[in-house]
Design a protein around this ligand. Structure first.
Ligand code: AHR
Length: 511
């Protein structure tokens, strides 16, 4: 049995929980839109063709803000192709994913879908093949009340009231050579600066996200952020980060320590942004938007891999990277969410990529059912229970040495406290593959009351850490009761099973 001691103090908080940390992502990619959120003719489709089963799971997941329409897709996308009568919309080749886009789903459909889902829109613009003019025009179309060419066209297309989209991404992964219209940091920085100025001249209330690096392994990482922010510092509010993790060659220990890498990545970008702030004598801080993150198994030989599909005839919405997630993946996702919460003083937006079918917590079969993958559970519970303040969490844990990320605590945690409801929520993971972990938590400044929820996700009996939820067994892996949680005075004790992710919610009173 490994051991961990966790301490918090009522006076030591990091930030109010940014609700936008529980964001997701809908890209025109594979079956995320078509036969994912949108499938006219499906038995669960509503009058607009939106799948009600997927809408219900999106609400249960608790996604707060959804990035759209890409991703790599957006860098070759004409937003005007997705407006107006569907019959008049053009069919186009999407070079990013080697597919045919028929544009049956576009901006109006996404706005309507978002309203039904109860989610905020984070709209990405194309800074790959397009520029300043298209950027200001889409803002005028979406947000201007009326009396101009673009705003009147919106009304003609069925939406008299402005969409009032506040949050915008200035392109996607523009540092990546794979990106359509890829740019150097100087080229992108200047374009993003001018696009931001033009967009804000139409609507000064926008919040803007500049592209950071596609991942921390990019050769330009660091220098890209510095250059882009040097150009855009006064024009933008956030800088983006993207990261995908996978188990490599059976090295589960390193994979389970992915959040250590996420911690370092975030801290490096914060340091770079603050260095630009100091050098430029800027007053405000740039916050971070971790607008693509998840577990993603890249297997170029698989029939649903982008590499394989690129060699095939052009298709409409084929299956692309429909990863099936297991117990280990769910524990990793729980720890990545812990990392985001622990850095919530600077990370204010995060989007798990993607929402449905494509590397997603929700799977939906065409003309068939939809169900929750293993990674659905930590996301949904954290989105619903992380409220109030994120507590500064000191962890003294036994560690595991990993080959990719060095030493990692066996027990990982984040804790939130909502003074209004008097509820505290603890999100805990045990990275130990074999051993249970005994955890003692000191709740400084609090008296523990009733434990109102104690649940754990771990390897179901008789199965192994690769257990998944499938079409035939959609609930094989899920949350189960966590027994033996004891709360007395300012002490909470519990035991986490090997390889597990757990949530404990309790009432607390201030001492
Ligand atoms: O989420 C899948 C893809 O990953 C996105 O389109 C791209 O931005 C990233 O490389």
């Amino acid at each position: 049995m490994s051991r961990a001691r966790i301490s918090i103090d009522r006076d030591f908080t990091i930030s109010e929980v940014p609700r936008r940390l529980f964001g997701s992502f809908v890209e025109h990619m594979g079956r995320c839109v078509y036969t994912g959120i949108y499938e006219p003719g499906h038995p669960e489709a509503d009058e607009q063709g939106f799948r009600k089963d997927v809408l219900a799971l999106t609400q249960e997941l608790g996604a707060t803000v959804i990035r759209y329409p890409g991703g790599n897709f957006v860098s070759g996308y004409n937003w005007e192709d997705g407006i107006g009568p569907v019959a008049d919309r053009p069919r186009r080749l999407d070079g990013a994913w080697h597919t045919v886009e028929n544009n049956a789903f576009g901006l109006h459909e996404f706005v309507d879908w978002s309203k039904k889902a109860g989610t905020e829109i984070m709209e990405a613009i194309n800074l790959g093949t397009r520029g300043v003019e298209a950027a200001r025009e889409i803002v005028e179309y979406a947000n201007h009340p009326g009396g101009t060419y673009w705003s009147d066209l919106r009304a003609k297309n069925g939406h008299k009231e402005p969409f009032d989209i506040k949050l915008w991404c200035l392109g996607n992964e523009m540092d990546g050579p794979w990106q359509i219209g890829h740019k150097t940091a100087h080229e992108y920085g200047r374009l993003a600066q001018e696009a931001a100025k033009a967009m804000r001249l139409v609507d000064p209330t926008l919040e803007l996200v500049a592209c950071g690096s596609s991942n921390s392994g990019m050769p330009t990482f660091g220098e890209w952020e510095r250059t882009v922010l040097t150009h855009t510092y006064e024009e933008v509010d956030y800088l983006s980060l993207h990261a995908y993790y996978q188990e490599q060659e059976g090295d589960a220990e390193s994979f389970l320590a992915s959040a250590v890498d996420m911690d370092h990545f975030i801290e490096a970008v914060v340091a770079t942004a603050d260095a630009v702030r100091a050098k430029g004598r800027h007053k405000k801080h740039i916050n971070l938007s971790f607008d693509e993150w998840n577990v993603w198994y890249s297997r170029p030989g698989d029939p649903d891999s982008p590499e394989y599909l690129a060699t095939q005839p052009w298709q409409q919405h084929p299956r692309v990277i429909e990863d099936k997630y297991n117990v280990t993946d769910a524990v990793v996702v729980g720890t990545l969410l812990n990392s985001l919460l622990r850095h919530s003083d600077r990370v204010k937006i995060a989007n798990q990529a993607q929402l449905v079918n494509v590397i997603a917590p929700i799977l939906a079969e065409p003309n068939g059912p939809a169900w929750r993958q293993t990674i659905f559970h930590p996301f949904a519970l954290m989105a619903s229970l992380a409220k109030g303040q994120v507590m500064r969490t000191e962890i003294l844990s036994d560690t595991v040495e990993t080959s990719r990320f060095g030493a990692a605590d066996l027990v990982d945690a984040s804790i939130t406290w909502d003074e209004e409801s008097g509820k505290m929520a603890l999100f805990l993971a045990n990275r130990g593959l074999e051993e249970a972990a005994q955890v003692q938590v000191r709740l400084g400044g609090f008296d523990a009351g009733e434990v109102t929820k104690a649940q754990v996700l771990h390897v179901p009996s008789g199965l192994d850490r690769f257990a998944k939820n499938t079409l035939k067994l959609p609930n094989q892996v899920g949350m189960r009761p966590l027994d033996g949680v004891a709360a007395v005075g300012d002490q909470l004790t519990l035991t986490l099973p090997a390889l597990s992710w757990a949530v404990v919610e309790l009432s607390v009173a201030k001492k």
